[in-house]
Design a protein around this ligand. Structure first.
Ligand SMILES: [Zn+2]
Length: 174
């Protein structure tokens, strides 16, 4: 299954101090749009996961989040890439939902909706909780970003990971 699941904050755009509050403030990290386009051309299906508790806390309206994602998708498509779906956990910790990392609910939902087994599916995310969620969903977590501890599969940036994946330098189990 050529499917890749990407985190948003810290992977596609810089990790914000709190949250990206509108489309005019959304900017991708260098080379990321082109990397997603390369994945698309190589036949990879790309799904995005994101946890945005600012929605639950009232600091970010769902409508603004949708506009941010519309801009992200526009920019990705402009470079020749595409995104199959964006899965969002808009809840805060008080909601005790199952889709909030480190719980695996968001990934289970992807498996159910796309009717796939996540075994061997790469999940490239930046946060420890998202990595834990990907792990417990049975997928292959890939850490993106500066890393002090070299455990597991880790890359400094999404473009570096995509290049390695496309070149066959990353071997995913399953
Ligand atoms: Zn949730």
């Amino acid at each position: 299954m050529k499917l890749i699941i990407l985190g948003r904050d810290g992977v596609i755009n810089p990790q914000p101090a709190t949250h990206v509050d509108g489309p005019e403030h959304w900017e991708p990290l260098p080379g990321v749009l082109e990397a997603i386009a390369r994945l698309h051309r190589e036949g990879w299906r790309v799904v995005i996961v994101t946890h945005q508790p600012a929605v639950a806390h009232g600091a970010l309206r769902m409508e603004a989040l949708n506009r941010i994602h519309a801009r992200m998708l526009d920019l990705i498509r402009h470079k020749g890439g595409d995104i199959e779906a964006i899965f969002i956990c808009p809840h805060g910790s008080e909601s005790r939902c199952r889709c909030r990392p480190p719980l695996p609910g968001l990934f289970e939902e992807i498996a159910e909706r796309l009717k796939i087994n996540l075994s061997g599916v790469a999940v490239a995310v930046a946060g420890a909780e998202e990595l834990a969620a990907a792990q417990s969903a049975g997928s292959q977590p890939v850490r993106i970003g500066p890393s002090e501890v070299a455990d597991g599969v880790a890359f400094a940036s999404l473009p570096q990971f995509c290049d390695a994946l496309i070149a066959g330098r990353v071997v995913l189990p399953g």
